[in-house]
Ligand binder design. Sequence first.
Ligand SMILES: CC(C)(COP(=O)(O)OP(=O)(O)OC[C@H]1O[C@@H](n2cnc3c(N)ncnc32)[C@H](O)[C@@H]1OP(=O)(O)O)[C@@H](O)C(=O)NCCC(=O)NCCS
Length: 262
Amino acid sequence: MKTIEDMKKDTKEDASKAWTTSIAFSSPEKTIVRGYKLEELIDKLSFHEMIFLVLTGRLPSKGEAAVVNAIFVSCAEHGISPPSITSARIIASGGSPFQAAVAGGVLALGEHHGGAIEAAAKIFQERSREDPAAVVNEMVGKKQRFPGYGHKIYATDPRTIKLLDIAQQHGIAGTHVSFAIAVEKELERAKGQKLCLNVDGAIAALLGDMGIGWRLGKAFFIIPRTVGICAHVYEELAKEKPFRRLDAEETGYSGKDGLHLS
Ligand SMILES: CC(C)(COP(=O)(O)OP(=O)(O)OC[C@H]1O[C@@H](n2cnc3c(N)ncnc32)[C@H](O)[C@@H]1OP(=O)(O)O)[C@@H](O)C(=O)NCCC(=O)NCCS
């Protein structure tokens, strides 16, 4: 797994340059991305393979490509209700430009919406050699929620089942997935209720098994969900009347009334 220290080693530091990067380079003669000519990448790579290369600095194996593609498909869209979609549509409805509405939607992705991938991946990568029961007891004892578990509507998250199935078929599921499944059982024991390994938790475990550092976790939700956000912003602009707002009967006032300035 590449640490930030490894990434620093990958970059040939040139003291004469204010900024250096190991990601890409372009000149009138050639454009190189992660060491490969861009024309060759255009010819030979799928979009998800290109995303893997740009993010991690290496080409995915066949199995990794299948898993990452499945992750992107599973996260691209999930309906109108999540905060990223409602906020993007409201911003578009107010008359802001397309890109402002999309950016607003991305800003609504946070700890409770997509952000659990990073937090769960950190725990899995740092603690998957420990006893899952002890890790769960510690978190439950501190009244902390285990990121990547539980769901508002699913008792079992169907996206998790499919992702783990694809990962098993391609030999990608390893120690992080095993730990994540063990945690699900231990959480049920400790909390007395089923808290399913949700799609964020499954992605987090798969990132660990593909050697992708937890700091990249949010990228694996932001990238695909931006597709859904763009579609919703377009639909809002094309089909809805501007100035979307709650009706009077949907809102209430809970403040004081009848005050006077002395
Ligand atoms: C996703 C989530 C918000 C759904 O919550 P919910 O179904 O509305 O459940 P509630 O927030 O009402 O919590 C109900 C109980 O389950 C517990 N619980 C829910 N998720 C939990 C988790 N991940 N770890 C530990 N306990 C959890 C709560 O502490 C609460 O227990 P209590 O009654 O002892 O206080 C919640 O499960 C959660 O916060 N999960 C962690 C974050 C996460 O993975 N988000 C990504 C979702 S795809």
